[in-house]
Design a protein around this ligand. Structure first.
Ligand SMILES: [Zn+2]
Length: 235
């Protein structure tokens, strides 16, 4: 089967790639699929919470996770079935990009809020959240047309809090965090491959979903299950 007919020609790095109808549909489906599971997963964390910090972290993380998939689905659906004007599309596009920064910060929130951090890094507890709120507004407007710049920003935003987490005396869950991070990094190859690989953006979506799934599992298992809570109190 000739898969090339499923994609359009590549465009210069400062132009937006136009997906084919097939690619549009795949872009919608690959994130829409995860909206309900994200809501359910967030609710599970909420109901497992035993104190205020756990509840706040569950809400923050759940908001980041669900809004990532929801905004992305709305953005791709708007482009696919309801395109009205360039300015509305631009607005959706900005939201789609900004929510990624919020999602990255939200993914770290449970670890930074619920784990004991090293003495040199505990004052950095809130820095990912601060960056997620301050950076997107300035950066999204500047770099959304340049995918390489965008990727560099996501990587800096994703790696910086990881350095804080490495200072945790308790290393449980670190392996899963690295595996999830590796999924995002592998996915970035496809984020840059529109017009080279058919369905590249949908494949990027799947890697994001995979990374988020692994990170959710780690948060659930090491921070929220009764066994994890028992470990915390016995220390
Ligand atoms: Zn997308």
């Amino acid at each position: 089967m000739n898969l090339v007919r499923f994609m359009n020609n590549r465009v210069p790095s400062n132009k937006r790639y136009q997906p084919t109808d097939y690619e549009h549909a795949a872009n919608c489906a690959t994130h829409a699929l995860w909206v309900i599971p994200s809501l359910l997963g967030s609710s599970v964390l909420h109901f497992l919470s035993e104190d205020q910090w756990e509840r706040v972290s569950a809400w923050l993380y759940g908001a980041g996770l669900t809004s990532l998939f929801l905004i992305s689905t709305l953005f791709h659906m708007y482009n696919h079935v309801l395109y009205l004007s360039r300015s509305v599309e631009h607005c959706f596009h900005m939201c789609d990009r900004m929510v990624i920064y919020f999602f990255i910060a939200a993914s770290y929130a449970p670890w930074l809020n619920l784990r004991e951090l090293g003495p040199w890094t505990c004052h950095m507890r809130f820095s990912p959240l601060f960056h997620s709120l301050s950076l997107p507004f300035s950066l999204s407007l500047l770099v959304s047309r340049y995918k390489l710049m965008e990727l560099i920003c996501y990587t800096v935003m994703g790696v910086f809090p990881a350095l804080v987490i490495l200072s945790m005396p308790d290393r449980e869950g670190l392996c899963e965090l690295l595996v999830g991070g590796a999924c995002y990094c592998l996915g970035m190859v496809f984020f840059k491959s529109d017009g080279l690989v058919p369905f590249a953006h949908a494949i990027w979506h799947l890697f994001v979903a995979m990374g988020a799934g692994v990170h959710y599992y780690a948060i659930y298992r090491y921070l929220y299950t009764p066994a994890a809570n028992q470990m915390k109190t016995s220390r």
